[in-house]
Design a protein around this ligand. Sequence first.
Ligand SMILES: CC(C)(COP(=O)(O)OP(=O)(O)OC[C@H]1O[C@@H](n2cnc3c(N)ncnc32)[C@H](O)[C@@H]1OP(=O)(O)O)[C@@H](O)C(=O)NCCC(=O)NCCS
Length: 134
Amino acid sequence: MKLTLKPIAHAELPKKLLDEASRDPWVKSHLGEHKMPAPRMLILRGKTSVGFFTPKAYEGGLVLRPAFIYVLQKERRKGIAKEAVEQYLGKRGGLAYVNPKNETSTALFTSLGFNPVPDDEGRATPRWTREASK
Ligand SMILES: CC(C)(COP(=O)(O)OP(=O)(O)OC[C@H]1O[C@@H](n2cnc3c(N)ncnc32)[C@H](O)[C@@H]1OP(=O)(O)O)[C@@H](O)C(=O)NCCC(=O)NCCS
């Protein structure tokens, strides 16, 4: 599958995508522009918008976090999130906050080779990381 990642402003998110994500229990509280004025990364298959996340960079860009990733329900289980995150990270390190109650998030980051940070086990939303590749 050939996906394209396109950085956009929050206000440019396609309405259908934002409406659906705004009903999702895991991402809805992170989508208000007032709460999260960050830019978004749109995930496109051809010209069709199929998902998005909030790109965040740490350690001067050496570690990247694809926060609050969302894929349209009818497009799930096709490898879109996995391919989008792989493309976004490239060879750089990855960081994610994974709620252990969120099965899809746990499956996604496990499949991407992320591991829980040991000292975070007691936190509601532990950090998971993936090392940069050489
Ligand atoms: C999490 C989410 C982005 C995954 O998107 P997706 O495009 O369906 O994921 P993929 O198809 O790339 O799957 C990635 C891996 O997770 C697994 N997976 C995805 N959904 C799963 C599910 N419901 N149950 C079990 N495994 C699942 C896939 O099998 C795949 O693993 P594999 O490579 O070992 O086969 C999507 O389910 C979603 O938008 N969820 C709601 C929002 C959310 O919870 N976001 C996460 C953190 S805020």
